[in-house]
Design a protein around this ligand. Sequence first.
Ligand code: ADP
Ligand code: ZN
Ligand code: ZN
Length: 741
Amino acid sequence: MIAKVIIDLALDKEFDYLIPAELEKEVKVGTMVTVPFGKSFREGYVLNLAETASFTGKIKPLSGICHTRAHIPENLITLGKWMAEYYCATQEQSIRTLLPAAVRSGRVKPKTRKVYFPADTEAAQAYVECNSPKASAALRVDLVKLLLKEGKLSAAELKEKLPAFSQSGLNTLIRNKIISTADEVVRRDVFGDSKVLPTKPMPPTSDQKKALDTIADMLHGKTSSHVLLLQGVTNSGKTEVYLQAIAKALELGKSSIVLVPEISLTPQTVRRFRARFGDDLSVLHSRLTDGERFDEWNRINNGEVKIAVGARSALFAPFRDLGLIIVDEEHESSYKQSEAPRYNARDVAVMRGKLENANVILGTATPCAESLQNAISGKFLHVRMKDQVDHKLPPHIHIYDKRMDAPPEPGKNNLFSPMLVNAVLDRMRRGEQSILFLNRRGYARSMQCEQCGEIVYCPDCSIPYTYSKQQEILTCHLCGSIIQAPTVCPACGSDKVRYSGAGTEKIEAMANAVFYPARVGRMDSDTMRCAEDYEAVLDKFRRGELDILIGTQMIAKGLHFPNVTLVGIINADQGLAMQDFRAAERTFQLITQVIGRAGRGDIRGEVILQTRLPENDTLLFAANQDVDGFAESELAMRKLFKYPPFTHLIVLHFRGEDELTVQQYAQEIADRLKPYLHEEIKMTGPSPAPISRIKAKYRYMLVIQGNKLKVMRQAIRILTLHRTPPAGVELYADVDAQALL
Ligand code: ADP
Ligand code: ZN
Ligand code: ZN
């Protein structure tokens, strides 16, 4: 037999090795082996087994199996191969994604502790009987008695139970072979001492029952599709459906994976799963240490746990009896990985489900156009949950036309309309809380000269600098460069420089002034350096120690604060102006989520949406919470312009410091791809990307839009992976790109 082995070299190539007869039974797809390579030896994974070699030279035998290292389950290898093909990535990049670095590297070892136990029960009992009368042996007799009773204990535990404990007494017993010692593998405990009160499944609402019945049918293979789009408004009880669905899978002996966006992987979410399933679940988040990640992977791989909850990469949890993959907030763009392989976890989940006969639940309040279209065409099952569990009235939504405001006095800014100011003051008088939301994307404030209009740009990236008042600096959000904020215009020397737009920092300052003495908190990626910061602000808000919380996307998701009765959207138009075909969809989703933060308690919520585009369709659909209306109009637009979901999109990105070389190479690749175009595939470009320069590198792109892309995909794979671009030029493909930026 021949093993086709992949070695970590990013050559996108498999190498043939002969499997020695004595290893034939053991070497499988996914086994890690050592192979001779050139003059040295390397480790690699077996990707395929074959009767004959494709290599025509002399075939060397592989040297052995790495028994101490993790092997990849065969089903995941199949998934990895598909990812490499589909996302135009190398086999190595794809296989590497399947295993956490902590497991792959082989450097992390299991955590152990030394334990002591009777070497032989009879001998130990005899020792106790013989020595009990001797006063000098009292301690040793107690030690042996204790270990006979407890089985095995660590030194620390012995000491705790036996205050007179001495190591030398123990050592004597070991020397006399009465007591033995060994290293025992222990789990690095990710939950620590925190306890969670258990919960029981709640009697389902009629909507939930509909969903659960469908899921039961899916688990018994009685449905036409293995994917369910579970479209339910915030608070309709989706999470409770997930919990009960997992329980159903468990009853059938099947494992489940739950994917949530990293930002929603809060202690609040984890607590709900632990409360239902105890600590027999793996939580895979980005803050785990390498050791913890290693342990969790092994617990799953050994079948010790049957549930994994985590962000994107939890999709590759090495279960062998997968019943269910749940993708919560399936529309989230963070499911797309930004490095190769540039996969979308939602789509790969659907593929993994297909390969492993598992079912997939895509849950959301605002499905992405792709999933909706799949539901409409019947490729996915579709269950709607239209009511909140407690039948609460949705919040009152006011659209405030900012064009009605009087122009601000020079040097002043009217970020808060009179309507919003009054509403916040009202909440303060009543002891209720408010959230002020800023869609930060493209909304940082830049510096502009009033005299000559000069805007200060980052010299390396084609975007304006962002001004930070606290530190009097200008920073670039793309490359991170920082300069001292100039006090005079760099172009004309005028001292009339001003700052346009507004960031959360500015809004915080204004809120402090306008709503004095309100207690104001702020949450955005500038102030939140770590998970603890995030929790600290939220806790303060939860305890009622803040009246107003200001924030960006970060506060739009999943937070449940019953005392928040007002949400103000400072500028709903931001984001709509992005040159991107998903701009409307993103804005709609974001506003819907933000609206969901208001009125989670007993008092009906209110939302004030400030805009200069009060007739904009997307905003009106969002304000009316008309998910279907929006979906219909959005799908019609996508169809008209032949955008996904009606086509697939592959973007080739070119970048480099010398613009001409970048452009010429992009043209050369475009020419090479032309023969693969046909009536169902369109190619646009090469053209400069909307953000034409980042970190001093020019960016060009080539957009391929169409259906029946299989052959095109192969051509792109070869051109991007097996061909070296000119010096200083980088090229990569982004399949199913999220944005055209
Ligand atoms: P979603 O995930 O759709 O936002 P959740 O599952 O979090 O909704 O449910 C919203 C709230 O309603 C939660 O507090 C949850 O405990 C409660 N809940 C969910 N299902 C039921 C039910 N069948 N009976 C009573 N309360 C429920
Ligand atoms: Zn100027
Ligand atoms: Zn920059």
